[in-house]
Design a protein around this ligand. Sequence first.
Ligand SMILES: [Zn+2]
Ligand SMILES: [Zn+2]
Length: 377
Amino acid sequence: MIPYCTTRQAAGSIRKANARLPAFGIWLVTQTAYWQNADMKTIVLEEPGKLLLTETTPPTGVDTGEALVRVRNVGICGTDLHAYRGRQPFFEYPRILGHELGVEILEIGENAGGLSAGDLCSVEPYLNCGDCVACRAERPNCCSSLQVLGVHIDGGMREMISVPAAKLHRSRELSTDQLALVETLGIGSHAVERASLAPGESVLVTGCGPIGLSVIQFAQLAGARLSVIDLDPERLRFCRDHFNIENTIVQGENAPAELAEALKGELPTAVFDATGNAKSMMGSFQYASQGGRIIFVGIVMDDITFHDPDFHRMELTLLASRNSRPRDFRRIIDAMESSAIDTRPWITHRSNYDDFIASFERWVEPGSGVVKAVLDI
Ligand SMILES: [Zn+2]
Ligand SMILES: [Zn+2]
């Protein structure tokens, strides 16, 4: 079966951006619209450390099952920073980044979701085959041939992109910058579902960047009692201010003792690591209680080791969590619309197309204070 990722990638345009990029098949031109007359703004990560502002040819027309969308907002996250630094697993250059997308539909054919032109949507950027063991088990998030927009194939840092209509999740109330946050929130929603948290359960989240915050958000919705650990006191302050978390502990040698003291010796039964740091991930075993679960939300390009006698003695469960599922997108949009979650304080930094490269270079600096940065394109 041919994966969805054959979605046409504005083939000519990408070749113009960089001659090494492959072509992606042939376009079937169905109609001409005003936006097809002008080149579109595009941002390409040519190689580690080198972003390029360029213009590319817009997609033309839509095939059955697809939609042409105008990208309004793009969320920036750790994946983009890792790609920029050359530390993102499974990554090839050059690449148009952008997997956290708030979009407006320009053209769409008949579709099961009842979507039409003008609708504002979040894009589920996980293009799956629909046919493998994982897909058949309704786990498209870990499809054996998964391709993520902006990671494995070109993403949304451009004015327009074609996507499968089934990957669009509409909101009639949210703005596109809020819709651009849904993918990040999905990581936490799915990780919390993986852990099957019980109300009142004691939970630790290590790493309070956007992914950690999304875990915190859904762990709280599940009724868990939260403790958090991070290197950055500013991030811990954000957790106190916006999530009313009392146990905020600075990462370091004393962190295990401080956590044990704060919890009166009863360690958490679920430990989420959202750092993407091997040392932190290996250290997470010391924070779990007997019979506890450890959930690796962040990914690291390295081996992880642990002491098996302790793992067995404590009968721990180790879980990986990858991406999120379609129902997470629906659930998150509902929660945002009903104000069950408020992500407006998350967006601390913004940029437009012209300022993007300078802004991005500031954002990657330690101490930049970025919680979530959003590109208006
Ligand atoms: Zn992301
Ligand atoms: Zn699959």
